[in-house]
Write a protein that binds this ligand. Structure first.
Ligand SMILES: Cc1cc2nc3c(=O)[nH]c(=O)nc-3n(C[C@H](O)[C@H](O)[C@H](O)COP(=O)(O)OP(=O)(O)OC[C@H]3O[C@@H](n4cnc5c(N)ncnc54)[C@H](O)[C@@H]3O)c2cc1C
Length: 555
């Protein structure tokens, strides 16, 4: 049996930052279903927000974030993020982060959507790549034990306290029990509940599903961010940095249509606003083949190749368009999970011994809509804090005794899946869920469509027990992993659907033509979903407002 003081599930930026923050006298383990540098964080493009200039301030960063969240973000958590960000950026810099520079050698910052100041630090358009490799170096330098290509199946909970996990070692196909004094979930988002997404295929929200299964509620899953600029069919992201560097959006008539929707911020309004504007233009017949056009030509070859080299390459390879010569056809696409496991500012979840940080958590710094550049900062600030507070908890608590039932339950679950051969195909069900989520829980949601979507989900849920696996092997059985991930996706899709259908207002990313206004009186509250036999049971929790009272949101 494996024992650690602090055990971290997930080795993206949040998990690795947490591992590095645990004091070296404690024994840390970190598990990832893929090699750490293949975590989705590596794909982050545009940058990371911090108020590091004398004429900027954390208070301004906080105001922009609260407004961006459409007043659903918890202001105590946002304050911690914005206040800590400058120092955390300097720590990354000291670790060796290669941020892009201004001519006089300062860390360069670019414009991003919804920001009142160019506050986004970046490494060209490969910020995630640079930071993931930086933290991987730090992780290897530390004494942490890395379990890469191990899939965590469930949490171990004894008497309401989290005291470890059950994981499948992909190399051997054996289930293992890992015990710990404290556990941190840093398992990333649920973007792949939808078929097409900017997210890696591995972003199936397993950590959230595990917590939900163990009795922890999930918060605000109905808030899913649609990014304004993704490539049609593939969903590949074209960073907001492209508009931050001065890119324009045009409709089929050659109009810069954002003039109508956000006359001040134009293309750099918050993401929910720009995505909805694009959707309306396309629905009104002013799109081009289901897209609108992102024009970078006026930036010139030199700037494009220096600031947006990856965008140039992605656009050329996947859309066949050279952005130096022609506008890029883009469409809004699923990008980010605002909801997740509820935590306080010390990354504690409602379950003792269990902490969460990064995209799988809902602190909530993003509320109903996240600002670009704030997710990376959240992984760093809250990843560090999760490491620190989980370490403090581990210092005060003992390793608990656990029964064999936890391992046996997972062994049974796997045996059942392996038992059938000619049942339903996993891919067929996954594709059906992903397609219906886009159709019924997309940018614009009506009661009728959502109820139809819920009925389709129920029908798919009934087919899941009939899944059959063709691969009966033990070693690297990725079909088995697909089956386990499908169970995560199913649970999360149901929670998302339940929360969305009853929320009768439009706020941030949740837009309802049948309830077009934000309704602070009835709905300025977080959704909490608990797992029951009959499906999700919903409760609500107040939003924490400290210094910034709700106001109308205009860009
Ligand atoms: C294409 C793209 C570009 C982005 N660009 C930006 C940007 O420029 N700025 C910004 O602020 N944000 C950006 N974001 C968002 C940001 O990158 C993510 O929110 C953030 O990196 C998430 O980090 P994380 O550590 O929480 O999770 P991830 O990096 O997703 O890591 C999750 C980890 O959990 C592990 N895991 C999951 N389930 C299991 C399991 N069952 N067993 C074992 N391990 C498991 C995975 O292996 C992985 O190691 C972008 C996102 C995408 C998709």
């Amino acid at each position: 049996m494996i024992i650690h003081d602090v055990l971290i599930v997930g080795a993206g930026l949040a998990g690795m930052r947490a591992a590095v923050a645990v004091p070296s006298h404690l024994n840390v383990g970190i598990i990832s279903k893929v090699h750490p540098v293949r975590s989705h964080s590596v794909a982050a493009e545009g940058g990371i927000n911090a108020a590091i200039r004398a004429d900027d301030s954390w208070e301004n960063h906080m105001y922009d974030t609260v407004k961006g969240s459409d007043w659903l973000g918890d202001q105590d958590a946002i304050e911690v993020l914005c206040k800590s960000a400058p120092e955390d950026i300097m720590t990354l810099e000291k670790m060796g982060a290669l941020f892009s520079r201004t001519a006089d050698g300062q860390i360069a910052q670019r414009n991003f959507g919804g920001l009142g100041y160019p506050r986004t630090c970046y490494v060209a358009d490969r910020t995630g790549h640079a930071l993931v490799h930086l933290l991987y170096e730090q992780l290897i330098k530390s004494a942490a034990k890395v379990y890469e290509e191990w899939y965590v199946c469930s949490l171990i909970v004894e008497e309401g306290i989290c005291c470890g996990v059950i994981a499948l070692n992909l190399f051997t196909g054996e289930l293992e029990t890992l015990r710990a004094k404290s556990v941190i979930l840093a398992t990333g988002g649920y973007g792949r509940v939808y078929l097409i997404s900017t997210n890696g295929l591995i972003n199936t929200g397993d950590g959230m599903a595990m917590a939900y299964e163990a009795g922890v509620p999930l918060q605000d899953l109905e808030f899913v961010q649609f990014h304004p600029t993704t490539l049609k069919s593939t969903g590949i992201l074209i960073t907001e940095g492209a508009r931050g560097e001065g890119g324009y959006l045009f409709n089929s008539r050659g109009e810069r249509f954002m003039e109508k929707y956000a006359p001040n911020a134009m293309e750099l309004a918050s993401r929910d606003v720009v995505s909805r504007a694009e959707y309306e233009e396309i629905m009104a017949g002013r799109g081009v083949d289901g897209c609108v056009m992102l024009d970078l030509r006026h930036l010139g070859k030199r700037k494009i190749m220096e600031k947006l080299p990856q965008i140039w390459e992605l656009s050329l390879t996947y859309a066949g368009v050279d952005p130096i010569e022609a506008p890029i056809p883009i469409t809004p696409g699923v990008h980010y999970s605002m909801g997740g496991i509820p935590t306080n500012t010390q990354c504690e979840t409602p379950m003792p011994g269990l902490f969460a940080a990064g995209e799988c958590a809902s602190a909530s710094v993003h509320g109903a809509n996240r600002l670009g550049g704030n997710a990376l900062m959240e992984t760093i600030v809250y990843g560090r804090r999760a490491g620190e507070y989980a370490a403090q908890y581990a210092e005060k608590n003992e390793i608990k005794g656990i029964s064999d039932q936890h391992l046996n339950a997972q062994a049974d679950r796997i045996k059942k899946l392996m038992g059938k051969k000619d049942g339903e195909r996993i891919g067929v069900i996954r594709e059906a869920i992903g397609t219906l989520m886009a159709e019924h829980f997309g940018i614009s949601r009506t009661k009728e469509r959502m109820e139809q979507g819920q009925a389709k989900l129920a029908a798919l849920r009934a087919r899941i027990p009939d899944i059959g696996l063709r691969d009966k092997g033990k070693i690297f059985n990725l079909e088995l992993i697909e089956a386990l991930q499908l169970q995560s996706i199913m649970d999360l899709a149901e929670v998302l659907a339940a929360g969305a259908t009853v929320r009768e207002e439009s706020r941030g990313a949740h837009a309802r033509p049948d309830f077009p206004k934000r309704d602070d009186e009835n709905w300025m509250k977080h959704t909490l979903a608990y797992k029951t036999e009959e499906g999700p049971r919903l409760e609500y929790k107040p939003v924490t407002i400290t210094t910034i009272p709700p106001a109308e949101r205009k860009y």
